[in-house]
Write a protein that binds this ligand. Structure first.
Ligand code: AMP
Length: 425
């Protein structure tokens, strides 16, 4: 009796090689686009001290209250990172990067963990690519970032997107708005969902994020944050809009956009896709300014802005084709002498950038050649004692079903010529 198989954790997916090819192309497009904008990649640990997220993402948010994979290891509370910004800020502060350059631009790419209810486009381990800029208070960089995102969406062929834009104002505005919002919500307290009733005490802004049907009426009538922002916040927002208008970058002002993290101030944005593949999970990415976060996490007074993109969702929406098929060479040696020679030939071909597979399992020629389909070989090289004695290798062009002997000394050049003829359809 065979042992019972073990399945992956719910909401955490394997990416099989065929899908990984699409991922690789997606990540390369993101890396290239961000590189052209001066971002440099940073890699931080997947596990961080729990207080990092409690202090940045904030208590009263879904992430911190319900979704974090937290555990205690040797008395230290730790959490699998649910998002990227907090870690990048921690690293920025820890390495005093503000002393090395006045403005820093970072890209990160990697898995994030949130214990959400799994659905299409919503997973417990998912992947984000994100950018952060430190030391530039905007609004020029805000506009540049949003414009870059819109351009990136076009490159990824995700179809029509909508950019939602809002300003939360700074700390003073948030406190003022909180009072106005409470004045609006308190009288309807009884009609709100349990979660929202609790948030009246802890984090009333979060109520605007509620998807609960029970809360929608109260949310629809809520006062607009934009009416509460002060003159400086307003000037920042107006200049950002003017820049986007001048660039022809489309957006829609959405005064009730709050997004699920606490650290944002001023500029806030979200990109939604319209591809039917996305279903209800249509937020492709979002971000905003967090001008107080670096200081709140023990760093200098340095402003920040960033965004995170959901890679699974981008792939659901993207119509971009995977890269060109890379055809390979299958080498089929018959006998022990030929096996050694096959390894030498493979080494030569790989040095020329050609993908080479050595069929080392032995068996009949017919069974060896069966593998050409699964490795997508354009050429098979067959050699046995007879070929070795004559100093040749049999080259089979698999699509054309033709074969000929090629002198061993000419082999690498001949295979290169063959691939040079365009066997990558
Ligand atoms: P956030 O960090 O919440 O601002 O999310 C940024 C983006 O990450 C979202 O717009 C989604 O595209 C993606 N995302 C967030 N949570 C998940 C999840 N549980 N599964 C898949 N993608 C997600």
């Amino acid at each position: 009796m065979s042992a019972r198989a073990i399945s992956a954790v719910k909401g955490m997916n394997d990416l099989l090689p065929e899908e990984v090819e699409r991922w690789r192309v997606l990540e390369e497009t993101i890396r290239e686009t961000t590189r052209l904008h001066g971002y440099r990649e940073i890699r931080t640990p997947l596990v961080e001290p729990t207080p990092l997220f409690v202090r940045s993402v904030g208590e009263g948010t879904d992430i911190v209250d319900k979704e974090m994979y937290s555990f205690v290891f040797h008395d230290e509370p730790l959490t699998l990172r649910p998002e990227g910004t907090a870690s990048v800020v921690r690293a920025y502060v820890e390495h005093a990067l503000h002393t090395k350059e006045p403005v820093s631009r970072f890209l990160y790419v990697g898995p994030m963990f949130r214990g959400e209810r799994p659905a299409r486009g919503r997973y417990r381990q998912f992947h984000q690519a994100g950018c952060e800029v430190f030391g530039d208070p905007g609004p020029v960089v805000d506009a540049e970032m949003i414009d870059m995102l819109v351009g990136l969406m076009a490159k990824l062929e995700v179809g029509e997107v909508e950019v939602l834009l809002n300003s939360l104002g700074g700390a003073g505005t948030k406190a003022r708005y909180r009072e106005r919002l409470l004045a609006h919500l308190e009288p309807m307290k009884e009609s709100l969902s349990q979660d929202s009733q609790r948030r009246l005490e802890t984090n009333p802004l979060r109520i605007l994020d509620s998807k609960h049907p029970q809360d929608q009426e109260a949310i629809a009538g809520a006062p607009s944050i934009l009416e509460s922002i002060d003159d400086e916040d307003r000037a920042h927002f107006d200049r950002l809009r003017a820049l986007l208008d001048a660039l022809g970058t489309p957006y829609r002002v959405e005064p009730r956009l709050v997004r699920g993290l606490d650290y944002y101030s001023r500029t806030l944005f979200e990109i939604r896709g319209k591809s039917p593949e996305l279903g209800a999970q249509n937020a492709l990415g979002g971000g905003g300014r967090y001008d107080a976060l670096v200081e709140d996490l023990g760093g200098p007074k340095v402003s920040g802005i960033g965004f995170g993109l959901g890679l699974e969702r981008l792939l659901l929406a993207s119509k971009a084709k995977p890269g060109l098929r890379v055809r390979s060479v299958l080498i089929a040696p018959m006998g022990a002498r030929a096996q050694t020679e096959a390894l030498v030939i493979a080494r030569e071909l790989r040095a020329l950038g050609i993908v080479a597979h050595v069929e080392g399992r032995g068996g009949s020629l017919k069974s060896m050649l069966r593998r050409t389909a699964s490795v997508d070989a354009g050429v098979a090289l067959v050699l046995g004692d007879g070929e070795l004695d004559r100093g040749v290798v049999q080259l089979k062009e698999l699509d054309a079903h033709v074969q000929r002997d090629v002198a061993r000394a000419e082999l690498a050049a001949e295979v290169t010529r063959f691939f040079g003829r365009g066997t990558t359809p």
